[in-house]
Design a protein around this ligand. Structure first.
Ligand SMILES: Cc1cc2nc3c(=O)[nH]c(=O)nc-3n(C[C@H](O)[C@H](O)[C@H](O)COP(=O)(O)OP(=O)(O)OC[C@H]3O[C@@H](n4cnc5c(N)ncnc54)[C@H](O)[C@@H]3O)c2cc1C
Length: 380
């Protein structure tokens, strides 16, 4: 879809596209098969300034807007959803949390390492028994003198093993009470902090998803993000921004699947003509193009509100909900258009299909997005 895009946005998008084609595309299936998390790609993205897209230049970032950010995520996801997911989690969650809620000392200490790609970020909210119901977390942080002692396990964490800087939300109050969680920064190498089981996933296999384990992990109060008890509110605000990037990730996957399907439908002949001549095929392409365009409008609307520091909880949830469902529908139809070939690993659409499903689950499922949207709508 064409917007009256600023020249800067176009250039940043081109940079991401060129990088993805040169350094990601040739290895996509190899990483997918072996579930390899390619650290070197993130070092390269860091050199281009794409590991701290919206981080201000004074903290070592690129100082760009959310419009450029969603453009970058789309371009990377068109080539590999897994790398797109990791880039989005790094930028929006860990880095985004420290940028939004860190004090000046914390920003100066951690953001340059994250924005340069020297350190990969992880963000831990989810636990084995508390996904959608994250407020019911069991991982605790207990004050001991000037320090905090963390105990518990976070599950499904993007970069749970490789993240050198992690933001962790732990319970500091009684279960099921208000304001009972606090966010902390934990550095890899801190005694009592380790990575656990790496998940063997359906899709997004180049993105590392693993446990983060805290066992009598002692951290300084200097690593506390904001006020004691403010962690869950912070996490929800961070997720608002993160959901915009998952919408962009979904659009990238959908566009990748649609472009492959368009090309194939023109090349594949049955009954002495290209299959694109059949209305049953071309109408699928029409639906894909229309839904992707609508998803983009929702996503850019949310990104624009975020840039202007305006409330965007409803718009971010709508963009994430709609775009992720579009990604699943589009990649499903793309496999259908490829027929039997779409069911093999010789063509890219089966991977788009597998990758797309994460988008309706991560950073709040579609059902949770509908709860958020309904709550906003009912507010009036
Ligand atoms: C690849 C991957 C990467 C991830 N990365 C991270 C990360 O970096 N950091 C992090 O903290 N987490 C991460 N997650 C966790 C992710 O955010 C959770 O998986 C997600 O929030 C859903 O939680 P759950 O898996 O426990 O599902 P559940 O909460 O158990 O949900 C199961 C089903 O019940 C439905 N459901 C639950 N509650 C309701 C309700 N009230 N009304 C209607 N339906 C409901 C859900 O929609 C879903 O369909 C990641 C997950 C994956 C798969």
């Amino acid at each position: 879809m064409e917007f009256a895009t600023e020249e800067l946005t176009r250039q940043v998008g081109q940079t991401a596209r060129d990088f993805a084609n040169q350094y990601i595309k040739p290895y996509v299936m190899e990483w997918d098969e072996s579930q390899h998390f390619p650290h070197e790609v993130f070092a390269g993205l860091g050199r281009l300034g794409l590991m701290g897209v919206v981080v201000p230049e004074e903290y070592g970032g690129s100082g760009l807007s959310y419009i450029e950010y969603v453009t970058v995520i789309q371009e990377i996801a068109k080539v590999c959803g897994g790398i797109g997911l990791s880039l989005a989690a790094h930028n929006s969650l860990c880095t985004g949390h420290i940028l939004a809620f860190g004090n000046e000392t914390q920003r100066k200490k951690f953001l340059p390492r994250l924005a340069s790609g020297e350190a990969i970020g992880a963000w831990g909210l989810t636990e084995a028994n508390t996904g959608s119901d994250a407020g019911n977390m069991q991982c605790t942080a207990v004050k001991d003198g000037k320090d905090w002692v963390l105990n518990g396990t976070k599950n499904w964490i993007t970069h749970g093993i490789s993240g050198q800087i992690a933001v962790v939300v732990a319970r500091t109050g009684e279960p099921r009470t208000r304001n009972n969680a606090t966010a902390f920064i934990v550095e890899r190498g801190t005694p009592g902090f380790s990575g656990g089981k790496k998940e063997n996933k359906l899709g997004m296999r180049a993105s590392e998803t693993a446990e983060m384990i805290f066992d009598q992990c002692r951290i300084s109060d200097e690593n506390r993000l904001g006020e004691v008890g403010d962690g869950f509110r912070q996490a929800l605000a961070v997720l608002d921004g993160g959901r915009i990037s998952i919408a962009a990730l979904s659009i990238g996957i959908a566009k990748g699947a649609m472009e492959a399907a368009i090309q194939y439908s023109k090349e594949r002949h049955q009954f002495d003509q290209p299959i694109s001549n059949f209305q049953g095929i071309s109408f699928k392409l029409a639906d894909m193009a229309t839904e992707i365009a609508a998803a983009e409008l929702l996503t850019f609307q949310a990104a624009d509100l975020k840039n202007r520091h305006l409330p965007m909880t409803r718009q971010a949830a709508m963009a994430k909900y709609y775009a992720s469902e579009v990604a699943v529908r589009t990649s499903n139809d793309a496999v259908q258009i490829f027929g039997g070939y779409g069911y093999t690993k010789d063509f890219p659409v089966e991977k788009f299909y597998r990758d797309s499903k994460l988008c309706t689950i991560g950073e709040g499922t579609s059902e949770i997005q509908k709860i958020v949207i309904a709550r906003e709508v009912l507010k009036g």
